[in-house]
Design a protein around this ligand. Structure first.
Ligand SMILES: [Zn+2]
Length: 374
């Protein structure tokens, strides 16, 4: 095996499953063991490295190669993966078959992490210097709360531009939507169902809320579309209410998923939803419990230009596009670091029962990042 796939194989063999807020515990959960491995790999190449807990046992890893250059490139990838419960291959015993490496996280997004680590360590150990300083950031909790990236910017990050590693098949994603999720709770008065007039039915109130939100969602998709991302969307995905059929329910809850365009904020999103519920009483907003901003980096920006040139040099064709999914890049762009999404592997293979990455793409990713830095 060549160095990048050996490294990727080592990364995949260390489970780093995100507990996804479901209280799952055990050696396969959390990013701690993988973070320790990444840190040790960097120390072995004499790179200064720092572990910073986002939550107990769930650290970010940050490493910097300072060559005294004027500009700094942020190379970011997340450490966590989704669950491996339903996989039809052994998730943590990576195998290479027909030019693919199989295992949980192979493409999402340990492939990017392996490429970035490999590039940083080969510069640290080699004679050749990169033309930019490199800031490598491997974060916890991208798959659930984006808290690793948010933690990193709250501690201060200094970089001129960035690449957030995700499986884009080496296409450059310069825009994606964001997502805001919150709950709405309606409050009623419980009563015996034989005397419903003595109570106030929280489900009836929620029915009116849901109908208004449906109309609000329909209005959103009539907005003039963003040229790359289309229109914002809203979906009510969960409803819970009532205890038993012979009690007038005093509480009902829904969970709302709102996909946002760059520039929309939690305040503007919740403000518009509140306005849509004008005149309805006895409800409240809880949250948001998840919020990640959308992002757009202009086509002419330095990071898009440099990366496009490097991709063209190495693979001979460049795709610059947008994505519907949200990533940590939303956090860095919101913080003022123009950051695109880019990496080896195919998002269609991410989170699947047979996740894999094409090894050729891993190698191309290494060469492309090196080219950016030369
Ligand atoms: Zn990912």
């Amino acid at each position: 095996m060549d160095a990048p796939e050996k490294l990727l194989s080592d990364l995949v063999a260390i489970p780093s499953i995100n507990p996804m807020g479901r209280g799952r515990e055990g050696s396969q959960y959390g990013e701690g063991a993988l973070a320790e491995f990444v840190a040790e790999h960097l120390r072995h190449a004499s790179v200064d490295v720092e572990l910073d807990d986002v939550a107990p046992g769930r650290p970010n890893v940050m490493a910097r190669l300072d060559v005294g250059a004027r500009q700094t490139l942020l190379l970011e990838a997340h450490l966590d993966t989704v669950f491996a419960d339903r996989m039809t291959i052994d998730p943590f015993r990576p195998v290479i078959r027909e030019g693919r490496l199989y295992g949980r996280g192979a493409c999402d997004t340990k492939g990017s992490l392996a490429a970035f680590l490999h590039v940083l360590c080969s510069y640290a150990e080699g004679i050749q210097k990169p033309k930019m300083n490199i800031l490598l950031l491997a974060v916890a909790d991208e798959e659930y709360g984006f808290t690793g990236a948010k933690h990193a910017v709250s501690r201060g990050l200094k970089a001129d531009f960035g690449i957030a590693g995700e499986p884009t098949q080496l296409h450059i994603v310069r825009a994606h939507k964001g997502v805001t999720r919150w709950k709405i709770v309606t409050h009623g008065v419980a009563a015996h169902s034989a005397y419903p007039d003595r109570g106030r039915n929280a489900i009836y109130t929620m029915a009116r809320v849901v109908a208004r939100l449906e109309a609000h969602a329909a209005a959103l998709v009539r907005n003039s579309p963003h040229p790359l991302l289309g229109t914002p969307t809203l979906s009510v995905g969960v409803i819970e209410g009532g205890q038993t059929v012979n009690i007038v329910p005093d509480r009902c809850m829904i969970e709302v998923d709102r996909r946002t365009l760059p520039g929309e904020t939690d305040a503007s999103v919740l403000g518009a939803a509140t306005k849509a519920l004008d005149g309805i009483e006895n409800w409240e907003t809880v949250g948001p419990h998840l919020s990640i901003a959308g992002m757009e980096v202009s086509a002419g920006s330095a990071v898009v230009q440099k990366l496009a040139q490097a991709v063209d040099d190495i693979v001979g064709r460049v795709a610059i596009e947008s994505a519907q999914y949200a990533t940590d890049a939303g956090v860095y762009n919101g913080y003022g670091i123009p950051t695109v999404v880019f990496g080896p592997g195919d998002i269609a293979r991410a989170h699947t029962e047979e996740e894999y990455i094409e090894i050729d793409q891993l190698h191309d990713a290494v060469r492309i990042i090196e080219r950016v830095l030369q």
